[in-house]
Design a protein around this ligand. Structure first.
Ligand SMILES: [Zn+2]
Length: 442
């Protein structure tokens, strides 16, 4: 190796679990597990993964080994849908989507025209992601440019891979949150030039959802994407039956809610649509064929009484799917909690969401949704060493239940059923420990 000696190797020992891409995107057959494994990291990137008894004896003398034996080392979680500005309104009582936006969301987001407030929330939000083992997120800011600056600055400070964008919203919202097609274009161009491709940051063109954008503004969204190849797109679709009916009134020419986005060529690679609940078969097939992805936001969908996403139908048509916490309608930053609820949602639809598929969706599935699987999502050599260390004995109940559990799938299932932020022993970004729950042996 010509690079050896140039910069130090670091070894992390534990049970290594990751996934490889599966042409059918089903996950189960694609798990890689090394019970006593070592992840070798150099310059923030994965150099190699292998068995401890093979890798350790061949290490150069003096190589530092961090011992996570007894714990599981997985690629960091990828949250494909979350609103940082809604951190302070998580757990707001009593409403479904449209009234919830009116009564809670809009007043909360108003405060993000203040850069000091935006920065304070953004820093807390990034720490909260790290405490939960989330190493990449696709994030809604607010309509204010400074809110985007704040979240990108906070992510850059931790070297986090983050996708975010300014909300575009030029109708059906309060005056204090309304932009215009012209201003959203100017702001979009300025933010893309300032942030997109800077370090590990990516810009997403972000109309909140079809009802709050005029057709002229949706055309602006298309133009921003076409003029800036490589940028991302995020929005919401088919979350709530009332919302679906409203979209049919606002866009009488549309065949379906999804069709509105399709008309403006917004179904494309690197586009992520949150929820995708009330879709028909034609929509599902169209979404899959376009290369766009769905974000499955189980806690949010249950909390707002929106409906049940169908992960099985999505898999059947070959749709790209990732997991989203959707804070603040979602009730937890924890991807473990979110997988637990995802399993229950699948159960309500008469399907099983296997633990291997669940963890695949939370890692490589998310990376594939974002078309970032060349740099994150598993432990292939050259990828960023973004990983999470999960403690199967984090709580008395986990420890007790885990004591009689051997198979990897069963252990993962218990972690998603009983685990939360307490099960996240450490989170690493580019090989740097960015969160440490303490009590680590070195
Ligand atoms: Zn959302």
């Amino acid at each position: 190796m010509t690079r050896s000696g140039s910069s130090p190797l670091h070894a992390y020992r534990g049970a290594l679990v990751d996934f490889v891409a599966d042409p059918h995107d089903q996950g189960d057959a694609a798990c890689r597990f090394i019970d006593d494994g070592v992840l070798l990291v150099r310059d923030g990137r994965v150099e190699r993964r292998g068995r401890a008894d093979e890798v350790l004896p061949a290490l150069p003398p003096g190589t530092e080994v961090t011992d996570h034996r007894g714990k599981l080392i997985l690629p960091g979680f990828i949250d494909t849908h979350i609103h940082y500005a809604q951190t302070d309104m998580i757990g707001s009582y009593g409403e479904q989507l449209l009234a919830w936006l009116e009564n809670y969301t809009f007043p909360t987001e108003r405060a993000f025209d203040d850069p000091v407030h935006a920065r304070e929330v953004a820093r807390f939000f990034i720490k909260e992601l790290l405490r939960n083992g989330t190493t990449t997120a696709m994030v809604f800011a607010t309509v204010h440019r400074v809110s985007v600056d704040a979240i990108f600055e906070a992510a850059a400070a931790e070297n986090l891979c983050l996708v975010a964008g300014k909300v575009m919203m030029d109708r059906n919202c309060p005056d204090f949150l309304r932009d215009s097609p012209a201003s959203s274009y100017e702001d979009g161009v300025a933010l893309i030039e300032q942030w997109h491709g800077k370090g590990r940051l990516h810009y997403a063109v972000t109309p909140r959802f079809a009802p709050t954008s005029t057709e002229e503004q949706l055309r602006v969204a298309q133009r921003l994407l076409d003029e800036h190849p490589g940028t991302f797109f995020q929005s919401h679709v088919a979350e709530n039956p009332q919302e679906v009916g409203w979209v049919a009134e606002l866009f009488p020419w549309s065949r379906s809610y999804l069709d509105v986005y399709d008309r403006f060529a917004l179904l494309r690679e690197r586009a992520v649509f949150a929820h995708c609940i009330h879709l028909d078969e034609r929509d599902r097939e169209r979404l899959a064929a376009s290369g766009a992805a769905a974000s499955f936001c189980a806690t949010s969908n249950l909390f707002l009484g929106s409906g049940l996403f169908d992960p099985q139908r999505a898999a059947d048509v070959g749709m790209r799917v990732g997991i989203g916490t959707d804070v603040g309608a979602g009730t937890s930053f924890s991807m473990l909690r979110t997988l637990d609820e995802s399993y229950k949602v699948a159960q309500m639809g008469g399907h099983r969401l296997s633990p291997l598929r669940a963890f695949y969706l939370a890692t490589l599935g998310g990376a594939r949704s974002l078309y970032l699987d060349d740099s994150i999502g598993n432990f292939d050599p050259g990828k960023y060493a973004d990983f999470v260390v999960l403690d199967p004995a984090a709580t008395p109940l986990l420890e007790r239940r885990m004591a009689h559990t051997e198979a990897l799938a069963d252990r993962l299932f218990l972690l998603m059923t009983l685990g939360d932020d307490r099960a996240v022993a450490a989170t690493y970004i580019g090989g740097r420990r960015a969160h440490d729950r303490g009590a680590l042996s070195a």
